[in-house]
Design a protein around this ligand. Sequence first.
Ligand code: C2E
Ligand code: MG
Ligand code: MG
Ligand code: MG
Length: 276
Amino acid sequence: MNQDAERRLVLESGLRRALENGEFCLHYQPKVDIASGRITAMEALVRWEHPELGLVPAGDFIPLAEETGLIFPLGEWVLEQACRQNRHWQQEGLVPLRIAVNISGYQLQQKNFIQRIREILAATGMEARYLEIEITETVVMQNPDFAVALLKQLADLGVHIAIDDFGTGYSSLAHLKRFSVNTLKIDKSFMRDVEINATDAAIATAIIAMGNSLKLQVIAEGVETQGQLDFLKKLSCSEMQGYLFSRPLPAAEMSRMLRQVEDFVEDESAHECSAQ
Ligand code: C2E
Ligand code: MG
Ligand code: MG
Ligand code: MG
């Protein structure tokens, strides 16, 4: 058996008990306003602390969780944990930020999805406006009429909505106009070679221009280099996320970063005051 197949088997057989055993955790990656350099939100990304394999990234097991149905309890756990952690940061007195949670297409189709969001917000005491839902463009476009209705319900709750991996899922402008979304998130595959590949640069440019003219926020994911950031700045892209600013961090490290950033901002404003 090749190594990939063997790894898949190990992951598959461990997935069931992983939730009961508390083997999942969330890492948090900041989203940054390009003009001000301020953190605007954090994206929660699930990780599996596998007893033998170590830290497994979401991309390696979310598809398995979807195939086996574990995505339902896992998805709820992620939502609740992310809201609880964000509420905790707010209660510590940090400037309130949005927490973004990735939602699988399977979760969206649950009859009680909207009700569960309401219940989780109530149980954790987090306000809806601090929750951001990330849904991929592919999922949205699988059933655009269903998506229009569901996104409207989420928007009515006051939840912020982002379309993830944008540019890979064939949205038409006509559809985009009907969706109650706040943000387009440019897929990281377009960012990777944006400095050297004219096609990728053209697609990223078109998405930013389209977002700006529809008054949507546009965020680029997978930003790793200063050159990529310069490109985004030139085109007035609103936000960025990627290793250039920070990798996804465990909660304790994210706490430290949030406090450092606030101290820095306070120092800056103290400086401004004394200079007056
Ligand atoms: P995504 O939501 O598009 O997340 C972006 C992925 O890119 C994450 O991988 C993140 O760790 C990675 N990334 C962040 N910055 C950079 C960068 O600068 N360069 C590169 N090369 N990569 C970067 P991850 O955590 O493995 O997640 C993969 C996908 O799994 C996510 O894509 C999302 O669709 C899904 N996912 C993650 N967490 C959850 C979750 O809690 N629930 C559900 N349903 N899906 C999740
Ligand atoms: Mg995402
Ligand atoms: Mg993405
Ligand atoms: Mg993705």
